[in-house]
Ligand binder design. Structure first.
Ligand code: ATP
Ligand code: MG
Length: 381
């Protein structure tokens, strides 16, 4: 199992830089020196008192006092040494052990167990940290397995959509063309109603052909050939507008733009993206002739693009629905189309590592779509 190792720990600052062991050593030395100095001073006072008071009982008492002070110093020294050993082996060494184990886990070995036997507080702490590690690892593994499963089933679905739509085309073409032949050949023998039925059948077959073609386009997004290169989005927009030139002329649409950047992506798909968005902006126009603006602003490693129009707009409650495949908000006879455009656009943008959404807060009437795409590296630009 591997994951990016954690960043190096933050360096302690100020007094906290000194390790605990060093603090104990310093404090122990200071306490020892003070105790020794205290005893020496007490002995000096004692010998001075001995010089002043000649009585034999006093000298004896002072000798005993000196003895007591020396024994006290020896006992304190023994305690100090014992305390140092206890701290060293019962506290500092286990802390060091635990720190070592935590470092190993932090460096990426997430199966490494965290455990120290003593002291009791550290043993409890280490068992809590270890159970936290185990829970995180198992949640992470589960998420990893699910992601893998999702990737696999996604791949299968795409494969299924591709094969199904590809293989459905031929029988459908047959249905459409033979029904048309039926009409041509026996048209004179058929009454009006029969002709109408044939017309419905051909219309249905043609519509299904359109849907299948759209489905094919959709399933092809992540199996593109040609890969990603540095793409000048200004030129891509030019190509898209060229493809839409007849519609633009008919509707007297005006398309303005910011200076458009170079990004890393697939030229053909990015043309499709612009084309679908501009086509929608024209198709869903209001009474005024369409005015469309394509914007771009840099945001970190990404560019954020926008396409805003002065058309009929989209109610914000439909902001998610419009991106679903074959979902439309209007009847087909009012606005033609199959409802794949935005689903395709979102798939293209996500394939490039970006996001596409309807900007519900955009000012003015009409619709504004926004999407992000990775900027071309400075070397590529
Ligand atoms: N610029 C826009 N202004 C208003 N409504 C829009 C706009 N773009 C999309 N929509 C709404 O979102 C729906 C889905 O758009 P999408 O492009 O997926 O499908 P379509 O344009 O209807 O069909 P197709 O793109 O397959 O020809 C549209 O039917 C329309 O209701
Ligand atoms: Mg569309």
């Amino acid at each position: 199992m591997s994951i990016n190792p954690l960043p190096p720990p933050r360096e302690p600052t100020g007094l906290g830089r000194l390790p605990v062991a060093r603090w104990f050593l310093i404090m122990g030395l200071v306490a020892g020196v003070v105790l020794l100095a205290g005893i020496v001073i007490a002995m000096m006072f004692g010998s001075r008192a001995r010089a002043l008071a000649r009585a034999p009982g006093v000298a004896e008492q002072l000798d005993q006092l000196n003895m007591v002070l020396i024994v006290l110093f020896a006992v304190m020294l023994a305690f100090g040494i014992a305390l140092a050993f206890i701290i060293r082996f019962a506290v500092l060494k286990p802390i060091d052990q635990l720190a070592q184990q935590v470092r190993t886990v932090a460096a990426g070995d997430f199966d490494h167990t965290l455990h120290v036997d003593r002291p009791a507080e550290l043993a409890v702490l280490s068992s809590h940290v270890d159970s936290m590690r185990r829970r995180i690892v198992s949640a992470w593994r589960m998420a990893d397995d699910q992601a893998e499963e999702l990737r696999r089933s996604n791949g299968e679905l795409e494969q299924f959509a591709y094969v199904a739509s590809h293989d459905l085309q031929e029988p459908l073409r047959k249905i459409a063309s033979f029904t048309q032949m039926l009409e041509q050949r026996y048209g004179s023998e058929l009454d009006e109603r029969a002709k109408q039925y044939i017309h419905y059948a051909v219309d249905g077959a043609k519509r299904m052909q359109l849907l299948i073609n759209d489905l094919l386009d959709f399933s092809r997004v992540s199996r593109v050939t040609g890969g990603k290169t540095t793409v000048d989005t200004g030129k891509t927009l030019d190509t898209a507008l060229d493809n839409l030139s007849a519609t633009i002329e008919d509707t007297e649409a005006t398309v303005t733009r910011d200076e458009l950047p170079a990004i890393r992506g697939n030229r053909v798909q990015l043309t499709q993206l612009f084309q679908n968005l501009v086509e929608n902006a024209i198709k869903f126009r209001s009474e005024a002739s369409p005015r469309i603006h394509i914007g771009a602003t840099r945001s970190g490693d990404m560019w954020e693009f926008s396409c805003s129009d002065n058309g009929i707009g989209v109610e914000s409650k439909y902001a998610d629905r419009i991106f679903l495949i074959f979902q439309r908000l209007h009847p087909r006879d009012v606005y033609p189309g199959t409802g794949i455009g935005l689903a395709l656009c979102r798939k293209i943008v996500e394939y490039h590592g970006g996001q596409l959404w309807l900007d519900g807060d955009a000012e003015g009437r009409g619709a504004t779509f926004r999407w992000t795409l990775p900027a071309a590296g400075d070397d590529d630009a």
